[in-house]
Write a protein that binds this ligand. Structure first.
Ligand SMILES: NC(=O)C1=CN([C@@H]2O[C@H](COP(=O)(O)OP(=O)(O)OC[C@H]3O[C@@H](n4cnc5c(N)ncnc54)[C@H](O)[C@@H]3O)[C@@H](O)[C@H]2O)C=CC1
Ligand SMILES: O=C(O)CCC(=O)C(=O)O
Length: 450
């Protein structure tokens, strides 16, 4: 459709050199053709041109001092993308690869993901090109304090509520929250993923991984499969990967791989999750150390990966769960998964498939849970944390987990129904993009020229 094509071309002119952002925009817009044909008012009201433009983009200097007394400077970002459905909501990423394009793609995805939860949250994302690897605890604290010294004036419990993402966990959120409190003189729900003793919610830590597996379970059930005894490839070994593996074990499946940015572990008898938690959550070690306890496992260092992809996807598995980062699955990886009999891919990470991997999946018959639906459990539970903070209540682990399961079921049903409505049953990408877009676009139209 030329309207969609023209919007994407215009975006490339006005926001140059933002490859990941174009990739995320193309994924959403290219699904919208049947909806736009049915509803000409979206075009008349220039809704596409409005929705791809963030409401506000904040970029700032983050100066801090390292342990040697040297001054360091990083770039900080917060993209407040869309507030049609509620306050901006989305994580903060600290990773050396962070730039305007990465934060914009993440913020754009977040708009539709948050809409799919059915909860009143808009979309935003932020972060810095800061590399936490090898930094001391004191350096991390000083960086977080400097980052928040600027960010605090832009956020608030009903304005913009950041959370964690890659490189930002409970420790970093603690330092960020401490600095916010000193500057704003407020103890409120301005960040989510907080420690349980200072306003955090049960299940937030586990929510993205658990939610992803709940989603996979609903998707498989609809295709007369279940998780029992399924061999699973999981990538990453951070927050999302660990709690994906935990729930897979609980529901009878067996994760046989995990990875970090240095290499991949394959363990045929099943990944030793207690050991991975020790290595990653407590000791901050590389996965290679896994071999010191399990010599029967295989470790492949990154430099020995196949030239066209990633080792983690090159084993015989039934299910795949990319849980590390964007563009971590190539076309060759997908071909290998398909040849090895994999029946479903469920995304824990945001946009983990390269464009050609995505096209290959779309052409295949494999069940595919797109991240904006399947990893929405994290942000949904963040909203439950906001609700608990605002009402000064604390719900039990079981109550929050029950709500999380309900949200994931509703998302699955909503996107499946939408795919059917547009004559493409089972096409969850189309279902997720149309269902998410429609909620946001309709709210924007009702709010006037915003
Ligand atoms: N934390 C959350 O609640 C949510 C996270 N996500 C997404 O899940 C993914 C993982 O995030 P978290 O587990 O929170 O982060 P994390 O920092 O806890 O873990 C990230 C993992 O990915 C690996 N990784 C990072 N960059 C990599 C690279 N270039 N190559 C290979 N491995 C790499 C790291 O070694 C680590 O194992 C990201 O795409 C994030 O945006 C999505 C929804 C919510
Ligand atoms: O919990 C949140 O607010 C953010 C989660 C997030 O960053 C994501 O869904 O990608």
């Amino acid at each position: 459709m030329t309207y969609i094509h023209d919007t994407i071309e215009e975006l490339k002119q006005t926001s140059p050199a933002q490859t990941e952002f174009y990739q995320a925009v193309e994924d959403v817009l290219e699904s919208l053709e049947p909806l736009l044909e049915q509803n000409p008012h979206y075009r008349e009201q220039a809704i596409l041109a409005r929705i791809v433009e963030p409401e506000r983009q904040i970029m700032f200097r983050v100066p801090w001092m390292d342990d040697e007394g040297r001054v360091q400077v990083n770039k900080g970002y917060r993209i407040e993308f869309n507030s049609a459905l509620g306050p901006y909501k989305g994580g903060l990423r600290f990773h050396p690869s962070v730039n305007g394009s990465i934060i914009k793609f993440l913020g754009f995805e977040q708009i539709f993901k948050n809409a799919l939860t059915g909860l009143p949250i808009g979309g935003g994302k932020g972060g810095a090109n800061f590399n936490p690897k090898g930094k001391s605890n004191a350096e991390i604290m000083r960086f977080c304090q400097s980052f928040m010294s600027e960010l605090f004036r832009h956020i608030g419990p009903t304005t913009d509520v950041p959370a964690g993402d890659i490189g930002v966990g409970t420790r970093e959120l603690g330092y960020l929250f401490g600095q916010y409190k000193r500057l704003a003189n407020q103890f409120d729900g301005v960040l989510t993923g907080k420690g349980l003793a200072w306003g955090g919610s049960f299940v937030r830590k586990e929510a993205t991984g658990y939610g992803c597996v709940y989603f996979a379970n609903y998707m498989l059930a609809d295709r007369d499969h279940d998780l029992k005894d399924k061999r699973c490839a999981v990538s990453g070994s951070g927050n999302v990967a660990i709690y994906t593996m935990e729930k897979l074990y609980e529901l009878g499946a067996k994760p046989v791989t995990c990875s970090d940015s240095s290499g991949t572990i394959y363990h045929d008898q099943g990944i030793d999750l207690d050991l991975v938690k020790q290595l990653k959550e407590q000791r901050n070690e590389r996965l290679e150390k896994y071999l010191e306890t399990h010599s029967s496992a295989t470790y492949t260092p990154r430099e020995d990966y196949p030239s066209d992809g990633h080792q983690v996807w090159r084993y015989e598995v039934d299910l795949a769960f990319p849980c590390a980062t964007q563009n971590e699955v190539t076309r060759a990886d997908i071909e290998c998964l398909l040849e090895n009999g994999c029946i479903a891919i469920t995304e824990g990470a945001n946009m983990p498939l390269t464009e050609s991997a995505f096209d290959t999946v779309q052409e295949s018959q494999i069940a595919y849970g797109p991240g904006k639906a399947s990893n929405a459990g994290g942000v949904a539970t963040s909203q439950l944390e906001m609700a608990q903070n605002a009402s000064m209540q604390r719900w039990t682990f079981e109550q929050v987990d029950e709500r999380l399961q309900q949200v994931m079921k509703t998302i699955y049903k909503d996107i499946s129904r939408t795919a059917e409505e547009f004559g493409k049953p089972g096409q969850l990408v189309l279902g997720a993009n149309i269902a998410g877009f429609r909620k946001v676009a309709d709210a924007m139209l009702e709010q006037g020229l915003v």
